[in-house]
Design a protein around this ligand. Sequence first.
Ligand SMILES: Cc1ncc(COP(=O)(O)O)c(C=O)c1O
Length: 473
Amino acid sequence: MVDFKQDAGILVRLLEQYHEESREKQQPVLQLPRLAELIAHLDLDPFVANGGLTGAALEAFLHRYLGATTRLHHPAYFAHQVAVPHYAGSLAAMVDGFTNNPMAIYEMGPAAAAIEYFIVNWMLEKAGWVPMPPVPGEGIPGSHGGGVLTHGGSLANLTALIAARTRIAPDVWETGVPDDLAILAPAQAHYSIARAAGILGLGQRALYPLEVDAAGVVRPDRLPAVLQRLCADGRRPMALVANGCSTAVGRYDPLREIAAFCREHGIWLHVDGAHGASALLSRRRRALLAGIELADSLIWDAHKMLRTAPLCAAVLVRDHRDLEGAFHQEASYLFHAKRQPGVDLIHRTVECTKAALGLRLFMVLGALGERGLADYVDRQSDRALEAYRYFESQPDFSCPVAPQSNILCFAYRDWNEEHLRMRDQMIADGTFYLSTTQLNGRWYLRLVFMHPMSGMNEVEALANRLREAERGQ
Ligand SMILES: Cc1ncc(COP(=O)(O)O)c(C=O)c1O
């Protein structure tokens, strides 16, 4: 440990400098060297052979590494729904990396497990569900909510759908997957839903697309028709997935109406709130998720809109028994009846070794407070709305959909695939990092307002960048 203080000091100094030069746009937002050249540039081999990655050698290596990162701390970063981490969450990741308490069984990380329990309860309350009792297994008559943190939203979606499958087919772990199960979901659902259908053994043909409007939002009046078709095919609805909000354009499905339909037909309602559930913190935006309390499960990623270092996603259920019964595995070295003062979360999750994910979110919450995070969510969505109004006021720009979150798609003139080429150009010169999406057959540029400082300065500069490209400058 002699070098720890020195190396940690080097790291903190370089990260501070990295943050400063990214925020001040002194470096390109990203650069994409060729893989083989980059491996050579990073100069990895000598360290594998000889060790010695400490002190000045570490500093030089970190320079090379940081120089080849994509800079999320750069205000021209607009590409994907990935948090610009608050440093407190990054410190938490470091604490966890050092202490390494894989806390899915209580005895391997009581502090981390306690924080996860606390964080899951905090989220359950935000969703309007009954939190877990202070003493696990005791206290609250009737049912209460439940949940677990996972390494990412894709795994959280999978976990929720595993729980839904166990509810409709309680013998699934013994007898295998019935061949008549189906999932209803809009085509705009995140691809992890279709992937989960594959992993769950349903096959992607078991996905029945819900009808949507021009913005990709589910039409509740068209739900009966899809259900009728599914039943006519001899299938049973295992779950209905709604977006809160969608990945491509950030719009929320009408949860209250969808939930009423699901209740009427006894269908499990799963809400994918990986990106959009953070609106639950905002007094002004909570109504976008009205009806969430009627859902059966919800996922919510803190490593998207809650400034949390990767990764920290939650899968939450209104009735804890749905998650606790979801997995039936024997592993006598881990699972056995034991008296203990805490709770094992391992029964609720695909994962065995699990990082102290709750600590990452907790330390950001602890630094900014709930109010600080709510203000961040509001600010980012307000900036998207401002950018929308700006584009709509310009004769040469348009937006296909008004934003409901911090995601905004826009088009320049009558461009279609030209947007893809423009994005490539901007990546090549490192000025802006955007994504693209297709909506109703047309390609759009897509802005996700993640950086806490990005706003109209960047948007106007971006608009000018496109105009210059059109003029061939
Ligand atoms: C709506 C939605 N669900 C799920 C995911 C997957 O989350 P993760 O990337 O954490 O696996 C995403 C990622 O962007 C998303 O937007």
